[in-house]
Design a binder for this molecule. Sequence first.
Ligand code: FAD
Ligand code: SF4
Length: 480
Amino acid sequence: MAEIMLKFTHVPRSMPDKRPAKQRASDFHEIYDGFSPDAARSQASRCSQCGVPFCQQGCPLANNIPDWLRLAADGRLEEAWRTSSATNNMPEICGRICPQDRLCEGICTIEQSGHGTVTIGSIEKYITDTAWKEGWVTPIKPPRERKQSAGIVGAGPAGLAAAEQLRRKGYKVTVYDAYDRGGGLLVYGIPGFKLEKDVVERRIRYLEDSGVKFKFKTRIGEKVTLQKLRDSHDSVLIATGVYAAKDLKCPGVGSEGVFAALDYLTASNRKSFGDAVPDFDSGALDAKDKKVVVIGGGDTAMDCVRTAIRQGAKSVTCLYRRDRANMPGSQREVQNAEEEGVVFEWLANPDAILDSKGKAKAVRAGKMKLGEPDASGRQSPVKTGETFDVKADMVIKALGFDPEDLPALFEEPALAVNRWGAIKVDYRTMETSLPGVYAAGDIVRGASLVVWAIKDGRDAAEAMHKAMKAAEAAAKVAAE
Ligand SMILES: Cc1cc2nc3c(=O)[nH]c(=O)nc-3n(C[C@H](O)[C@H](O)[C@H](O)COP(=O)(O)OP(=O)(O)OC[C@H]3O[C@@H](n4cnc5c(N)ncnc54)[C@H](O)[C@@H]3O)c2cc1C
Ligand code: SF4
């Protein structure tokens, strides 16, 4: 079975690499090795076609997994790809970065029976990478061109999925994004060792070739107002994600060498495009030869620690205030990070950043224990009174993200948001409190997952289509 398991390119999971982080930095490439066709068939044929497709229920897109696994096992890869891409706009991306252990693979019947899950994500990736290689993915040619247009704010996975679905129906689609490239967190958040940037760029090119227009460096709410978009398009989608970083509140947090996770990851991702990034080029945002402490226990924190290892950090420590079992990030990611040499300090909360002449030199951490469960049922961490110091010349805050104040930015007080600032929608239609304006992805759910953003984008596009079709029919009747 060895050849068909997910493999690391550096060391097997059973043999932790004991070398210092710096020495290991150059060894790491991608989580997955490519499948050979035989290995993919062999892995796909492990699916027992159990009759109760739990895997499908575990996938937010309700992907028809058993069917495309069977087709892949039979070597009918083009049909497998057509089946898989019928419900997913970016199967090769989900195959790479979905936390499958919490989704489709976590409830695979074979996994539940103790025989190790069918590696659904890597087969999905293989099928779609093959489709691109073989030229099966061709630009969209809608059966009919429509006069109506949709304006989409945000070129992350929610906006891109909606753009594709609407273009397929023949609408004119324009996507506006504040960044200089499409992809949102797919390009500037998620590191390249998990998701290669050319895989995302290929998707943007495909949409451009399909007639979708992109207007980059266009932050809606600044030069272009939301009202202007509403006047220019028949339907508008807000898919702006969540970018207000939660901050650390402790003495010393303003010291030199303390950074927000997204600033750190964006700089690293921009370097991989060859961009000039002054704060990286000056060494400030480069972890090379530094003692790095990352604060947080989610997937963003895992991306930071693993990026720091790859940049050649002297040491990387992750502080999280709960224990391993209660961390929000994927267990697989923690395992990856541990194998790469990251030290985890569980039940540790930063009390202060200690500095020397304004420069961070250590994090003083308070030891915690788990107390009574809170309203959500999770045990709250409480201080034990003990402290310890971890040396640090770079501290990265990875505590999560909140929505920005969109009603203020868009000067639309009538845009209803919930108490966390996420946009309120009618979940049957994804329509906001503003008629003809829809919302999808993280800006509705709060920080979530790519696969949920795709699902929301598809649902919103369907509702936008229904509304525009109804408006077209009404206009026809009125004209008669
Ligand atoms: C570091 C990190 C790692 C992650 N890793 C994973 C992972 O491994 N797997 C996974 O499933 N999920 C992961 N996620 C979560 C995932 O990236 C998000 O859930 C997903 O990208 C949300 O998609 P979205 O389209 O809603 O928003 P985004 O991807 O955030 O895209 C929003 C876009 O809107 C643009 N925008 C914002 N405001 C404006 C404006 N006013 N005008 C114009 N444009 C605007 C932004 O520039 C951006 O391009 C990660 C998140 C982070 C931060
Ligand atoms: S989209 Fe994600 S959850 Fe769904 S089958 Fe693919 S990897 Fe699994």
